[in-house]
Write a protein that binds this ligand. Structure first.
Ligand SMILES: [Zn+2]
Length: 145
């Protein structure tokens, strides 16, 4: 079964601490948090300090590949749906944790495959859903690799 209406792409709220991350998505680059001191990758990418050693964190471009770690198929729309109102007419769709090749897990959507065909361990690659013009942020989602 496929998503009948596709997923919406609402523009994210860009805060000062997330501006670099979202600017990269406009150019289809996926940045993740990285600690140069201990070589630890982490998510969410906007943390200022490394969760392992407390070192000053930075953003580093991830490969954009990974595998489905866990997922659920959202079949009921409504006020409690992640992302709220724009998603209520998009059911069914897949909400998933993708484990990036670098290690961290990312809460995202799986697209380009019927929700009932998603499996744990499915190799995936990032794709970017445009929220506006070419310089506007794009939402990282994942599709089968
Ligand atoms: Zn560290």
């Amino acid at each position: 079964m496929s998503t009948p209406h596709g997923l919406p792409a609402p523009a994210p709220v860009v805060a000062p601490h997330s501006a670099e991350f979202w600017a990269a998505t406009a150019h289809e680059r996926l940045l993740a948090g990285h600690c140069p001191a201990c070589d630890q990758w982490f998510w969410p990418p906007t943390r200022s300090f490394c969760p392992r050693c407390g070192g000053v964190a930075s953003l580093r471009e991830a490969d954009g590949t990974g595998a489905v770690y866990s997922y659920t198929i959202v079949r009921v729309g409504g006020a409690i749906t992640l992302g709220g109102e724009p998603y209520k007419d998009a059911i069914p769709y897949v909400l998933a944790y993708v484990e990036l090749t670098e290690g961290p897990t990312v809460l995202t959507n799986i697209v380009g495959i019927g929700p009932d065909d998603v499996t744990i361990g499915l190799p995936v690659r990032v794709v970017f859903a445009r929220t506006g013009g070419p310089d506007e942020p794009a939402l990282p989602r994942f599709q089968p690799a």
